[in-house]
Design a protein around this ligand. Structure first.
Ligand SMILES: Nc1cncn1[C@@H]1O[C@H](COP(=O)(O)O)[C@@H](O)[C@H]1O
Length: 506
């Protein structure tokens, strides 16, 4: 087996299969050699994939949702397609179309000829697709083993610039239902093919929530590069497992968020290398960023020269680091620590109580923010705060209010994050009004409610929740419990030794 750089499977004239692969650890290689690697993806798969038109025909036969398409052989055919699908019209080359090559858009009937000429004429083998009015491009990397077992990686969002993949965000910021639908389309597309290995399935999400299959690439793919750092099994290891016939690995993410940024040539020759190296230098200074440089001998504008993957506790955290790497305005990676907990309260008069939650978070070194947000006096602000909290990387909200204390409940209705309510004692009713307002939530909208004025417990509960995914934090929580226990034991010993009278009047 030869280990090269990309991800394609090739067979030479003697029938020896070459796996082009970029990342493989020595242990896997040794194991492969011992196995006497025998990789034989079915020829039909390769043929289907190489001819994009045939691929479309194949998928439409399997009732997989696609943009409408038809083959065109001359100008008359192209005009008919225009009449049928309307403009703009997507014209695609059947073969060797990738990275924006082999695609042209005709904005009107008058632009048909120039678009076709740009693709090398009808003789190249062309087909047209109805314009897919997508709001996002999604992708799912799917692995298929030689025993036909299939696993799907989490759905990612791919962001293209001038038809070239620029950024991949994992996981995609879409609803669970859309993720499920995208995964289902990808699964069905790969199930309808033959062969083993990684298949990257590119999808369109339309404004009305439809998922359309764009294309399938039968190889480790740019949309899966972030799996090296973000998933338990990278797409490259998975590809080897699949073609060799080993059990497929766990494709799930081991970090909450990842972004892959392609390093594209910004200039030709030496100036291009200097710019790329400046970017790499900045990337090396970004926490949790990993640089991959492909060491291609030549640099050209828009050529993929490498990529950077940044992983982190939330998408907003990772986005902030990316901005900082790209030196975008308002990005200072050092000062911008994403708060994990939001402490909010209905009024500044709640602060003397709510400060105790902040003290606990200080003690455990958990980043947080403190804000005044009133459900009644600033309802719009409450709406914006609650509905954007998750996106900003907040993981838990502690909300305190007194009297008609609707803040925790309303916030819980607006976010999927856990909300801890602190009833603040303010009125003649001694806090019972606040307690009942917070605790008596309707079914379906939970608020974890602590005792009246006990913001300390809200802070501690937040630490325990965060500890589920943070072993160090959980260990510190055990230590806190141990210290509390020792504190009580010391007092008990003193009471025993001194007697209650001198204990009370030392
Ligand atoms: N329920 C509510 C809505 N907006 C503020 N509050 C609560 O009203 C109490 C009294 O607020 P203030 O001291 O500002 O009058 C505070 O506990 C505050 O959370």
């Amino acid at each position: 087996m030869t280990v090269l750089r990309s991800g394609n499977l090739q067979r030479d004239r003697c029938g020896v299969l070459t796996v082009e692969i970029e990342h493989v650890d020595v242990a896997t290689l040794e194991m492969l050699e011992k196995q006497g690697v025998d990789c034989q993806p079915k020829a039909s798969t390769i043929r289907i994939i190489q001819d994009k038109y045939l691929q479309k025909v194949h998928f439409s036969q399997h009732a997989i949702p696609l943009p409408e398409f038809m083959q065109i052989d001359d100008l008359e055919g192209a005009k008919r397609a225009g009449d049928l699908f309307g403009y703009p019209l997507m014209i695609k080359s059947k073969r060797l179309a990738y990275d924006g090559r082999g695609n042209a858009v005709a904005g009107s009937v008058g632009e048909l000829s120039s678009a076709v000429n740009a693709l090398g004429g009808y003789g190249r083998g062309l087909y047209v697709e109805k314009w897919a009015p997508f709001v996002k491009e999604l992708a799912v990397v799917v692995a298929r083993g030689r025993d036909n077992s299939i696993v799907c990686y989490p759905v990612v969002e791919t962001i293209h610039k001038e038809n070239i993949c620029h950024i991949v965000k994992a996981p995609a910021n879409v609803t669970w239902e859309i993720r499920k639908r995208a995964t289902d389309v990808a699964y069905r597309a790969v199930s309808s093919l033959e062969g083993a290995g990684i298949f990257a399935v590119e999808l369109f999400l339309t404004g009305d929530g439809q998922i359309l299959l764009n294309e399938v690439a039968p190889r480790p793919h740019n949309s899966g590069h972030q799996t090296i750092e973000s998933c338990y099994t990278s797409q490259f290891e998975q590809h080897l497992r699949a073609v060799v016939g080993l059990p497929l690995g766990d494709p799930s993410m081991k970090v909450p968020a990842a972004i892959m940024y392609n390093i594209l040539g910004e200039d030709e020759g030496e100036p291009g290398f200097i710019l790329a190296h400046q970017l790499i230098r900045r990337a090396l200074g970004i926490p949790r960023a990993t640089v991959h440089w492909y060491d291609k001998p030549e640099i050209r504008k828009q050529r993929k020269m490498g990529h950077v993957t940044i992983v982190g506790p939330s998408m907003s955290d990772v986005e902030q680091r990316l901005k900082s790497m790209l030196k975008e305005e308002g990005s200072d990676c050092q000062s911008a620590v994403t708060p994990h907990v939001g402490i909010i309260m209905g009024s500044d008069s709640d602060l003397p109580v709510m400060k105790d939650a902040a003290k606990i978070l200080n003690m455990f070194d958990v980043p947080y923010e403190v804000k005044i947000v009133s459900a009644h006096r600033t309802p719009e602000m409450m709406f914006t705060y609650a509905s954007s909290a998750r996106e900003r990387g907040i993981q838990i909200i502690i909300a305190g209010a007194g009297g008609a204390a609707h803040l925790p409940g309303m916030v819980a209705a607006l976010t999927p994050l856990p909300v801890i309510g602190v009833p603040v004692r303010v009125s003649a009713l001694d806090g019972l009004d606040s307690l009942l307002s917070i605790v008596q939530m309707p079914r379906g909208v939970p608020v974890a409610t602590v005792a009246i004025n006990n913001a300390t417990n809200a802070g501690l509960l937040a630490i325990r929740m965060l500890g589920i995914q943070d072993a160090d934090l959980l260990a510190r929580m055990s230590q806190y419990q141990e210290d509390t226990r020792n504190g009580v034991l010391t007092k008990a010993e003193k009471l025993e030794k001194d007697g209650w009278e001198s204990y009370l009047n030392p």
